[in-house]
Design a binder for this molecule. Sequence first.
Ligand code: XMP
Length: 516
Amino acid sequence: MRTRLGNKIIILDFGSQYTQLIARKIREIGVNAKIYPYHIAQNVITGENPNGIILSGSPKSVNDAEIITPSFNVFELGVPILGICYGMQFTAKFFEGKVINDNRRREYGRTNLRLFAHSPLFAGMEDNKIVWMSHGDSIKVMPTGFELIGKSKTCSVAAIVHKKKQIYGVQFHPEVNHTEEGNILLKNFAVNICKCRTDWTTANFIKTNIDAIRKQVGTDKVICALSGGVDSTVLAVLLHKAIGDQLLCFHVDSGLMRTDESKTIYKLFKENFDMHIEVINGQEEFFKALKGVSDPEKKRKIIGKTFINLFEKEAVKRADCKWLAQGTLYPDVIESVSVNGPSQTIKSHHNVGGLPKKMKLKVLEPFRELFKDEVRSIGRELGVPEWFIKRHPFPGPGLGIRVLGAVSSEKVAVLQKADDILLDELHKYNLYDAIWQAFAVLLPVQSVGVMGDERTYDYTCAIRAVDAVDGMTAEFHRIPYDVLDAISTRICNEVRGINRVVYDITSKPPGTIEWE
Ligand code: XMP
């Protein structure tokens, strides 16, 4: 009977900030996981034929006047269920338990989990390990048919089970790294309880997708816009493996790239993969469009639009192309449920991937179900060199948003030199791989300095280096003073136009990683 199941776990998202993390952790175990909003229709879920369902956490309370609930009775699907935080409280309320908001029982951060009774959910886990809590509500009266299996110091009901119905609930978050044995718990649920096979591997993904792409595309030609970033690069390599010369790659040289970036990309593709790649020189168009514009949002929009215009111009010449390949990732596809209204736009992000709406091309998006680190693993498996995979993230608008204020080719050239020196020193001191992202910013601030016996009145360069996991939050990296000294000395000595270097010690929040 099990073989008929879809071999996957479905996560119903009630708006927790950790929902994507649950999916990633399940995938790391080797089991496919998909996220749907909590209000999704029943036929979509039954169509997926899941082995089990996880109900996520939520910023909402089950005691709110308008409780958020799935559109159908998930407990009647006949598959095992795991409720996490809100998911557990929702389960408790559904089965006539009582959930209260008691200020004395609020728990945020680490606590120790006491395994109160034996359960397959806890197989291989030790008693008294640290788990991560984040809740104001807790269960006061046990739901009907459930047993208590875990407690913590402040939370008398930290884990429950309905043995007959195979419904589990945990108050803590097994998906966060701070929960010491969270991975074991998720594996127990997905593999032992839901009987999922652990065959969600990169090798499997590549094989299945190569077959699928060949079938989908047939003898048609496909175009792919290469930014030089990891996603579009790995996408191009996968497509090339599937359809060879039917793939046409374009790279737009905006003049806003790092030194020799376009040459590096061209070389990578030619030397490593012998692929068809064309570099479109768009430097003139970009600098012309950006002339005199200093507002960050306007600059971002101009750069995005110029990319699209140039790409369209080239693509319409290729009437034989029927497909546009895009490196869209899973987080771009499933906007996490916003139960508190739409979030504010901080920056208009631009990616070369998200291209022309006007063009009548069919869209090919093989990475729609993947996370960024999974794309990296696929890249490795496909032979993309490690130095390339490990490169720091680089924003679509490039140095256009790192030359603060109005952008000119002269200022970009100054910044390119400073940026080169920064990266060179980080490599020299073996710091590049320890830092998530590092770059130089050219400030529109001139100050007085002295070089030799001469007065200078030149620009200021800011150095930014941050530690992060996904770029959503970041801390400034503690670069040793000696290294900062070496960087600053070289930039002032070697880059005409810069006479002062400062180090950005702002975390995100309150700062963002890029300055614009
Ligand atoms: P912020 O500045 O928002 O950046 O803290 C978070 C991460 O996103 C990168 N970034 C971009 N990436 N297109 C991209 O592809 C963009 O428009 C863009 N803006 C910022 C940034 O470099 C950091 O890694």
